[in-house]
Design a protein around this ligand. Structure first.
Ligand code: OAD
Length: 276
């Protein structure tokens, strides 16, 4: 194995010092909220949407009125869900089926167990935070494994709803509303129950860990800025600059899994309240 040069060592030492400082903030904050995006699941084999290798970069953005199309013809939308024709949807489905939580998902779940992450808001629909053990989890764009009634917003596991390909769309057993997948489509309002809880958590946050998001999709992109306006500490983990970078107190440059694992190690070692 090649030895790291002095310059590389210097870069890593600086990054490690920044990670240690971030861990101190996380230990010292009253209410830490994490916000994650597709970049966190790249190390689990799921492509992001934008940038190199992104689904929209490779296949182009899908129509921006996906929800309106669903409502116009829920039967056709269900047929597409059961047998996707769109290349991006097939690629995403295959990646989701194979993915397992990575070190970043596991570190965030552990930070929650340690009392260092009060809530986790994710834009990801991949279920990996649940599988990693995060409990106070707000899936703002839904969860690809679940189904949701468009009328009463009740969520169902797939085995709770009989999907008959000859009688689509399935109906809600509670209110007879149309059932769709829980994933939020383009043009679809964020379900009000999860959005309200996001605002509650963001309103209490004095420190936010923002990992693997380009911060281009609202309302999630607004959450860190809202906290910064109140004087909170924004820690960004991303290999690249984003719209949020100018507002960040600390920018930790690198892959989310590696950086979060190191942040967890420092947080375990740091004395509680070390920055207060
Ligand atoms: P994007 O694809 O827009 O951004 C991914 C971000 O992850 C970029 O800033 C990358 O630099 C960064 N990244 C890449 N590899 C990484 C790694 N190994 N570790 C950490 N970060 C890495 O994804 P989102 O911001 O999540 O919406 O996109 C937001 C929403 O846009 C998605 O939830 C989806 C999409 O339209 C819906 O489906 C409703």
């Amino acid at each position: 194995m090649a030895k790291a040069s002095t310059a590389e060592f210097g870069v890593d030492a600086a990054l490690d010092a920044a990670i240690a400082a971030a861990a101190g903030h996380v230990r010292g904050a009253r209410h830490v909220v994490a916000l994650t995006g597709a970049g966190l699941s790249v190390e689990s084999g799921i492509p992001p949407f934008r940038g190199p290798g992104g689904l929209w970069t490779r296949y182009g953005e899908p129509p921006m009125d996906g929800y309106q199309r669903f409502l116009r013809d829920p039967r056709a939308a269900w047929q597409e869900r059961l047998h996707p024709k769109a290349a991006w949807a097939r690629a995403l489905r295959e990646a989701l089926a194979a993915a397992k939580p990575n070190a970043g998902h596991l570190a965030l779940a552990e930070l929650e167990r340690l009392g260092c992450c009060a809530a986790l808001i994710t834009q990801n629909v991949d279920d990996l935070h649940r599988q990693a053990g995060s409990r106070n989890l707000l899936e703002i764009h839904g969860n690809h494994r679940l189904l949701r009634c468009v009328e009463c917003t009740a969520r169902f596991a797939p085995e709770q709803i009989a999907v008959d390909p000859d009688d689509l769309p399935p109906r809600c057993p509670r209110c007879d509303g149309i059932v769709k997948d829980d994933t939020v489509h383009f043009g679809e309002p964020i379900p009000p129950d999860v959005l309200r809880r996001c605002y509650e958590e963001v309103g209490r946050a004095d420190c936010m860990l923002v990992v693997g998001t380009s911060a281009t999709v609202y309302p999630a992109a607004e959450f860190p800025l809202e906290m910064v306006r109140r004087g909170g500490c924004l820690i960004e983990i991303n290999p690249d600059d984003t719209e949020l970078t100018p507002a960040a107190s600390l920018s930790l440059r690198g892959p989310g899994g590696d950086i979060l694992e190191r942040l967890l190690q420092h947080a375990v070692q740091a004395p509680e309240g070390s920055t207060r």
